[in-house]
Design a protein around this ligand. Structure first.
Ligand code: L34
Length: 286
């Protein structure tokens, strides 16, 4: 079975739209997400456009701020600080990657924790690993939603995550662990990787190389989640990290690229923006 992230995200966005439509009456306004895009990398432009479109569907106000790739780090940090101080802004996202002269770490730590809709701020990451309330990073959150929607039982299963980035690999491994899977984090330097991945009931691949995972690496009946978004070197088309044609017949469920994890990432960004808005509007008593 192919898990359509496109369909699942459409369903969830429709539910969020219904929820958001009650906000003007309840809170006097709708959530406001600001996305900052530095430079004009075509992939980033496409993702940021997707975020603006999804905002429109959900009824969230979206401001996309574009800056040239030669913007100084200080200027970018200044813009973020202004948005932090702006009460009408609920969520701030700076699209990654950034040009080399700008420190991604400094940018991420400058965004107010309460407006960090990506869940990338060190305080959010710490809260996640300490089992405290936090904003969950969008891609890992979307992956867990897809597995659950497809009826995949996570508890007691062996999960293998290929990739150890801060954005996907590490947090998705943590979320699977919290669902009581037994998790192995592998990477491009893992010795005899196929012997590790063949043990996986749930295989999550976030390595960024076309057809990195071949059929011999996948156990029969495994759930396969493909986080890769690559250009196929031969056809130039969008493709994942998994040899989809060869693995789809073996897998119990598999996510396609495009139409899999990508749309779910954006869907969870919408959810996180609503969450940040509601946290502000209905503060929890301590
Ligand atoms: N700050 N930077 C920040 N937050 C993020 O959550 C991201 N990411 C990653 C890159 N940089 C970021 C995204 O938004 C990757 N990513 C992302 C989002 C959406 C899609 C892919 C990656 C997506 O919608 N992909 C479509 C195809 C889009 C196309 O045609 O180009 C899909 O169906 O997979």
């Amino acid at each position: 079975m192919i898990i359509s992230g496109k369909e699942l995200s459409a369903r969830l966005k429709a539910e969020m739209a219904a929820q958001v439509s009650s906000f003007p009456e309840k809170y006097g306004r709708v959530p406001h997400l600001v996305v900052i895009l530095v430079g004009d990398d075509p992939a980033s432009v496409s993702y940021v456009t997707g975020k603006a479109k999804a905002s429109q569907v959900v009824g969230i106000e979206n401001t996309t701020i574009r800056r040239p790739s030669d913007i100084s780090e200080e200027e970018l940090l200044g813009l973020i600080r202004e948005l932090n101080a702006d009460d009408t802004v609920d969520g701030i996202l700076v699209q990654l990657p950034l040009p080399e002269h700008i420190s991604e770490a400094r940018v991420i730590e400058t965004i107010s924790k309460d407006k960090d809709v990506d869940g990338f701020h060190p305080l959010n990451v710490a809260a996640l690993w300490q089992k405290q309330p936090c904003t969950l990073p969008c891609t890992p959150k979307g992956i867990i939603k897809m597995l659950k929607a497809a009826g995949v039982k996570i508890k007691g299963k062996r999960a293998v995550v290929i990739g150890r980035s801060n954005i996907v690999g590490l947090p998705v491994a943590k979320l699977l662990l919290d669902e009581n899977a037994t998790v192995t984090i592998a990477h491009s330097r893992t010795a005899d990787l196929p012997s590790v991945t063949r043990e996986a009931d749930i295989l999550v691949v976030a390595i960024g190389r076309p057809r990195f995972v071949t059929a011999d690496m996948v156990k029969d009946g495994a759930a396969v989640i493909d986080v890769g978004v690559n250009r196929d070197p031969e056809t130039g088309k969008l493709c994942g990290d998994v040899d989809f044609a060869a693995i789809e017949p073996k897998a119990s469920v598999i996510t396609p690229v495009p139409g899999g994890v990508g749309p779910m990432t954006i869907c969870c960004l919408m959810e996180n923006t609503i969450e940040c808005f509601l946290n502000k509007m209905t503060p929890k008593k301590v």
